[in-house]
Write a protein that binds this ligand. Structure first.
Ligand code: FES
Length: 216
């Protein structure tokens, strides 16, 4: 273990100043530095898209806590990704209310549209598909979560339109976590226009309006 530890980067050269500052802020408002573990993981994931082993070691070093303990925190929370994921991670609720209101059809439409199964990422690095227990919107089922947003009352067509809108890069960067350049796919203006040309203008306008309402 000592040999492995010795080749890990020092957090001062690994984490950015912004990451260190944000983690130190979280640590300053907790009773102990260890208690800031989950928030520190969120900080680094927000900047890098996921938590690599090096990130884990760097955070543990900064918080002066055992790596194994931080690993336990990271694996307990299903919104901390310990493997590289796509820019947009789709969490589809597979609990009872969503099952009763069309989860299977929505899931199948998403799988067909993206060409991936649970646990997989699209070849362009844009989407990762994951299942999730109840997302707390049972009265608005079926529900999926992407980034920090919940999308409710899903239908197969609505779910696909949302994914097309995200792929087109339309007005999403304000509320989805920024992604590190290494996993952020290059989408050129020409690509974006291509996506937009495929969409029905009336449908997109309605979708955006509906999603904006659901954010409130
Ligand atoms: S069962 Fe799906 S949000 Fe609760």
């Amino acid at each position: 273990m000592q040999i492995i530890d010795s080749i890990r980067p020092d957090y001062r050269s690994y984490l950015s100043k912004e990451e260190v500052a944000a983690i130190e802020h979280e640590a300053s408002i907790m009773e102990t530095r260890e208690a800031a573990g989950i928030e520190a993981l969120k900080v680094v994931q927000k900047h890098r898209g996921w938590i690599s082993d090096d990130s884990l070691y760097a955070i543990a070093q900064l918080l002066d806590m055992p790596v194994a303990e931080l690993e336990g925190v990271a694996t307990f929370y299903n919104l901390i990704y310990r493997q590289k994921v796509g820019r947009y991670v789709i969490h589809i609720c597979n609990s009872i209310s969503c099952h009763l209101t069309g989860y299977q059809q929505v899931l199948q439409a998403i799988k067909d549209h993206l060409g991936i199964e649970y646990g997989q990422t699209t070849a362009d690095g844009l989407f990762t598909l994951l299942s999730n227990a109840c997302l707390g919107g049972c009265d608005k089922a079926p529900v999926m979560m992407i980034g920090e947003l919940h999308y409710e009352h899903l239908t197969p067509a609505k779910a696909v339109q949302i994914l097309k809108k995200l792929a087109a890069g339309a007005s999403t960067d304000n509320y989805l976590p920024p992604i590190s350049p290494e996993i952020s796919p290059e989408i050129t203006p020409k690509d974006k226009q291509g996506f937009r040309d495929e969409l029905d203008d009336d449908d997109v306008a309605g979708e955006i309006s509906e999603m904006e309402l659901s954010d409130e």
